[in-house]
Design a protein around this ligand. Structure first.
Ligand code: FAD
Length: 153
């Protein structure tokens, strides 16, 4: 099947992305690696009228490890995080878990943010965001607890 028609936006800054999201609200969907969203579009399980790609927004894929904390951008590719030696040092469980996600071709495209937001029932590891106190998500990734309320540290 093919997706239902949608308008495609490719913002080149975070401000622009937030502005487009604010204008379109629930009618819009954010596109990250597309590994889960594109099949859902093709099967018409979701029908956004606007698709906002984050691929051209700079710095959302940053991975930084400082003071024993890993700060991982929402657009960081799963494979890049998996292969980051500094992340392995402060958060080895995350490294191991990412190695179990699908296969390298999927992980080269799939992002950390997409995986957290999509929250598929078979996601590996199921509680990646809560399994380590060293985890923080970026501003574009909503933080919610497993009960659905705001996530608190
Ligand atoms: C064949 C196959 C096997 C897989 N096997 C596994 C597996 O074993 N374990 C596992 O955990 N996953 C698996 N996945 C899923 C894979 O990890 C996906 O990459 C991931 O779930 C979604 O990441 P994405 O970057 O592709 O997000 P997309 O598909 O682009 O987006 C997914 C959802 O998140 C939203 N979103 C994405 N980024 C953001 C953001 N920054 N802010 C707000 N919303 C956002 C999108 O709007 C969409 O609703 C598999 C996928 C495939 C195709």
């Amino acid at each position: 099947m093919k997706p239902a028609p949608f308008e495609y936006c490719a913002p080149t800054s975070l401000d622009e992305a937030i502005d487009v999201l604010a204008r379109h609200g629930d009618a819009a969907k954010v596109l990250a690696g597309g590994q889960s969203l594109v099949p859902m579009l093709n099967m018409r399980l979701v029908r956004p009228s606007v698709l906002i790609s984050l691929r051209h927004v700079p710095a959302l894929d940053d991975v930084a490890v400082t003071g024993g904390w890993a700060r991982i951008g929402g657009m960081a590719r799963q494979r890049a995080v998996e292969e980051d030696p500094a992340v392995r040092q402060v958060c080895p469980l995350l490294t191991e878990a990412l190695g179990l996600v699908a296969h390298p071709a999927i992980r080269n495209q799939g992002t950390i943010g997409g995986s957290v937001v999509h929250a598929g029932p078979l996601r590996r590891p199921p509680n990646r965001t809560s399994c380590s106190r060293k985890w923080r998500s970026g501003p574009s990734v909503p933080r919610v607890s497993r009960r659905g309320g705001p996530w608190k540290r």
